[in-house]
Design a binder for this molecule. Sequence first.
Ligand SMILES: Cc1cc2nc3c(=O)[nH]c(=O)nc-3n(C[C@H](O)[C@H](O)[C@H](O)COP(=O)(O)O)c2cc1C
Length: 329
Amino acid sequence: MMRAMTAVDDPRLAVDAGGVRFPTPIGLSAGFDKNGEAVSTLAGLGFGFVEIGSVSAEPSAGNPPPRLFRLPADRALVVAYGVPNEGAEAVAHRLAGTRLPVPLGINIVATNRGRGAPPIADDALIGEYMQAATVLAPAADYLMFNLSCPNTTDGCDFFADRGRLDGWLTALDETPYAPRPSFLKVSPLGGVAMIERLLETVGRHTKISGLMFNLPSARPAGLVTPEAVWKSWPGAVSGPPSATLLDHCLVECWRRMDRNRFVLFASGGVSSAEDAYAKIRKGASLVALLTALVYEGPGVVRRITRGLLDLLDRDGVKHVSEVVGVDVR
Ligand SMILES: Cc1cc2nc3c(=O)[nH]c(=O)nc-3n(C[C@H](O)[C@H](O)[C@H](O)COP(=O)(O)O)c2cc1C
């Protein structure tokens, strides 16, 4: 019923990615509804997809508070949650039987056992992802594997190593979870060399249909908020300050990837139709947001989606897929 007022369901915006049909490319990014508690309401805001999580195999309390801060002058958040969540079993149980009018993505991460926890062996870490995928896939329309969480004490740099990533992908190939399109959310650090390594390694395996870049752990340059305010805060910066690096990764990945095989999700500071359109023109098939929902409120979803249609009209574009990547030379 809510979608009757909020959704902009127009065939010109429908996106097919990994075998899933998304009614619009504008979705909710992971981290807002960590445990899948509000998926129906969130779908009712007019999103074209809703991604929950990150969810780990085991429950986690995440990092101790304070762990979330606002930078209002930058329209940004500083997030150091450390992926608190109720764990795969509890979330899968909650979502069992849920039917949404839009695709439901579940974002999966390694369990954060907190500072001082003994290091976990490579096989055990990989096994955690596979366990969570097996438990959660039946409740999901797609899986987003978060291989880069800037705020956990474990697993952060694990996948910068090509051998480990390859081992992880081999395990995924061999894990018989309910068939669902699967995507990777990876660190944006490491430059073009990292992207080339990633594409080369992922390309040797079969199950991954696309990629997305996560927030970096490093602070972006050019924050309006004085350093004295945020210097002592832990965490990654979301919103507009994250856009430059994430857009750079988007473009460089689009340039190099096999476009018949992979799609790109983009996020980072999207709060207007123009922002979303720019990311699509830089290579994104799907655009996810979180911080704008916090600052602008729920009306932002319809505003962006409606505005996207207006931009297609302005430019004489018949379908949004026609403009994916057109600004990248
Ligand atoms: C409060 C908060 C929590 C987040 N939690 C997660 C998470 O659990 N898993 C994940 O993959 N990304 C998480 N993210 C990253 C977002 O999904 C998104 O990629 C990023 O914030 C950039 O988009 P935005 O500028 O629209 O917020 C989180 C971001 C914020 C601000």
